[in-house]
Write a protein that binds this ligand. Structure first.
Ligand SMILES: [Ca+2]
Ligand SMILES: [Ca+2]
Ligand SMILES: [Ca+2]
Length: 258
């Protein structure tokens, strides 16, 4: 008996060690979100969610599904479109929908503008909504919650009788303003792009240059005042360059490739 409990304790310690070591920042954040689920999916559930690179078909998942392994990138200021397909066992019941994005990454869906969509009592085969990623969204990885409830509008942090909740991951990236300045006078250039090592930055006035390079998930990797930066130590991939001239701020995507 004693021996068994000792083995169990060791097992728990090993598991704790494993959990602590594999807890990414994202998993810690995930634990903050209050749970919400549909108590029954006998009659209706979420069948498909489409947004950017997310295109997830599913069955009834017991009223809640953590699909945070499914993710898409969205840029601040960009217009996005989300589509939700309900699944019905037989009768087409009225469904109400709510979608939230934790734009300020504080572990809830209750801040201003975090409810990005709601629709009441729909029997449509699918519902579709457009939204714009707001300027005050924090760059990085965050959570989107999609809820569908029979009749009444679901809340982000409560269970409801019939329907389903699915969670997804969004990677918020800086505004992509490059496309908007193409037609204007060239204000900066970054070359070569793609690059294997050095990137050169030219602006009208390089005197007060502040350069920052972000990963695809928004992590600041490098800050410099130089107009010639060596990124040979970076892994191959796409990075976002933020160029602050002291007068203007520009963003540019750069591709690091050996
Ligand atoms: Ca589902
Ligand atoms: Ca929030
Ligand atoms: Ca909050």
């Amino acid at each position: 008996m004693k021996k068994t409990s000792k083995i169990i304790s060791i097992f728990i310690i090993i598991n704790l060690f494993f959990v602590i070591n594999t807890n990414s920042q994202n998993e810690i954040l995930n634990n903050l979100y209050l749970s919400s689920k549909g108590e029954s999916t006998n009659d209706e559930w979420i069948r498909q969610v489409i947004l950017g690179d997310i295109n997830n078909k599913s069955e009834a998942n017991g009223g809640y599904a953590d699909f945070s392994s499914h993710s898409t990138t969205v840029n601040i200021g960009s217009k996005q479109e989300i589509t939700i397909h309900p699944g019905w066992t037989g009768t087409l019941y009225h469904e109400s929908y709510s979608v939230w994005i934790d734009y300020n990454q504080d572990g809830d869906f209750e801040d201003d503008n975090e409810l990005i969509y709601s629709k009441e009592k729909s029997k449509e085969k699918f519902v579709k909504a457009e939204f714009i990623v707001p300027q005050n969204a924090i760059i990085g990885t965050t959570r989107m919650r999609v809820s569908m409830s029979y009749t009444e509008l679901p809340e982000s942090n409560k269970n409801f009788a019939y329907g389903e909740v699915e969670d997804y991951t969004l990677l918020i990236e800086p505004e992509n303003i490059f496309s908007e300045i193409i037609d204007e006078e060239i204000k900066f250039s970054v070359y070569p792009n793609p690059t294997a090592d050095i990137i050169n930055i030219e602006t009208k006035n390089n005197d007060n240059l502040e350069i920052e390079i972000f990963s695809s998930t928004g992590t600041l990797l490098l800050a410099s005042n130089s107009a010639n930066i060596n990124i040979s130590q970076f892994a191959d991939g796409i990075y976002t360059l933020r160029i602050n001239t002291g007068e203007d701020i520009y963003y540019e995507k750069i591709l690091k490739k050996k």
